[in-house]
Design a protein around this ligand. Structure first.
Ligand code: AMP
Ligand code: GLY
Length: 425
């Protein structure tokens, strides 16, 4: 089969790498791809928003399956566009992507169908939002309705901070239309888990739960990022909790969407808070594979990914064998560019990648990189996702940081505590 992967981050490198191992896959194209993907796929220099161009390319190359990574093209209706031309594509239609692109839509769906989530109110008027906020005792949470590149949620600790967040979103419109409506919701305590499930619109097949590390610095300090590292499996999960998540979050949400005439095909990603009594609460939904979570998850996946993606597109996920996983623990540490997340610096030479080629149990997924001859340069905020498989949490952590130690570029930033929560530290 010929596959087209849409996107150019670590998630897309992991997807292309995993798909390249399928006996059914003959060629992979990636738009736009990156320096690492270039080594296993043909990268196409096109705009991921140019659906007509991508459809023309896919017809010309007889692409059998398109796999979409990022939320932008999903929100803009890439799946609808390809489907209308009869080309198989993995991902939800625009109306399914609403679970991610409109937090108000997602919260109202959860409220109506009893999917556990923090109690909330929706506002579009600053005065009304501010007088509601004045009655609350912090902490509480303010969120923009629309996509804000992971920056639209504010945990509020005092009165002034709450009013500033509401003013920024509703009056100053710092995120434009994405802040036309805001949610004010209760603060939930607990541990966060990324719970991703494959869906064909009826059945949800969960992947391994993972834990992301969103803040830039060790001990969850500093500004939020797209994610500085992730590991799987998650030690504080157990089959009972997972069954409960499948029942009250994943299946219930896919059924709720279906009742609203939305057939959700693709990855439903629940960003969950697990409270002290082991109950799952949905903080947000995404309509795609998580990044970096997909890197350690796919590195640990034993089964061929392709038949599962095809079953989501064509239906029949309920007839698939359970996914098999390699034993042990998979940890991914993100290496980010100087200045990330505010103003990442690009164009620095990356050293040390050669030394890691062929190292057992280690894979370096590329995100913001550019290849020039046999040299690699930084070309984005998150640059690399160094991923390792170990027998135990401590073994995987040791292997991944040994590998990180081999890589160097100017101003390289990374957290030194990825996976440490698994050790109870
Ligand atoms: P979101 O974009 O909704 O996933 O929120 C971003 C981050 O804000 C989450 O990963 C949490 O760390 C935090 N957060 C969001 N909602 C809540 C909540 N209701 N209670 C506590 N923390 C939250
Ligand atoms: N790692 C967070 C996300 O993919 O949204």
């Amino acid at each position: 089969m010929k596959i087209l992967v849409v996107g150019g981050g670590g998630r897309e490198h992991a997807l292309a790498w995993k798909l390249s191992q399928s006996p059914h896959v003959e060629t992979i194209y990636c738009v736009p791809g990156n320096g690492g993907i270039e080594e296993i796929a043909t990268c196409i220099n096109m705009d991921v928003g140019d659906f007509d161009g991508l459809i023309r390319f896919s017809k010309q190359e007889s692409i059998d399956l398109v796999v979409v990574g990022p939320e932008g093209p999903l929100a803009a209706g890439i799946v609808d566009a390809f489907q209308s031309k009869g080309i198989a594509i993995f991902g939800p239609q625009k109306n399914g992507a609403l679970v991610e692109t409109s937090k108000v839509f997602a919260k109202r769906m959860m409220e109506k169908y009893d999917v556990p989530t923090a109690p909330f109110q929706v506002f579009s008027d600053y005065g009304e939002a501010a007088s509601y906020a004045e009655q609350l005792t912090p902490p509480y949470v303010v969120k923009a309705d629309g996509l804000c590149a992971g920056k639209g949620a504010y945990v509020i600790h005092d009165r002034a901070e709450g009013l500033k967040a509401l003013n920024d979103l509703l009056v100053e419109k710092i995120f434009g239309q994405a802040g036309n409506s805001v949610i004010i919701e209760s603060f939930l305590k607990g541990v966060e888990v990324s719970y991703l499930g494959l869906s064909d619109g009826e059945t949800v097949l969960p992947l391994l739960p993972a834990q992301d590390h969103k803040p830039l610095l060790d001990n969850d300090q500093g500004p939020n990022t797209g994610g500085m590292g992730a590991y799987t499996p998650v030690p504080f999960m157990n089959p009972q909790i997972e069954m409960e998540i499948d029942r009250v979050v994943m299946k219930r949400s896919v059924r709720a969407l279906a009742e609203g005439a939305v057939t959700f095909k693709g990855v439903l990603y629940g960003g969950l808070m697990l409270s002290d009594d082991n109950k799952p609460w949905v903080l947000e939904f995404n309509a795609r594979f998580g990044d970096p979570e997909t890197q350690p998850i796919l590195y640990k996946m034993e089964s061929d990914l392709l038949p599962y993606l095809m079953a989501c597109v064509e239906g029949g996920l309920s007839r698939m064998e359970p996914i098999s996983w390699k034993p042990g623990v998979s940890v991914c540490v993100v290496l980010a560019a100087k200045g990330y997340p505010e103003k990442p610096v690009k164009g620095d030479r990356i050293f040390g990648l050669e030394d890691l080629k062929g190292r057992a149990d280690v894979k370096v997924f590329h995100a913001g990189t550019r290849k020039d001859g046999d040299r690699f340069y930084t070309a984005g905020g998150r640059v690399l996702g160094v991923t390792a498989l170990g027998d135990s949490y401590s073994d995987a952590i040791r292997k991944v940081y040994d590998a990180v130690g081999c890589i160097k570029f100017e101003g390289m930033q990374y957290r030194t505590d990825i996976g440490r929560k698994s050790l109870g530290a």
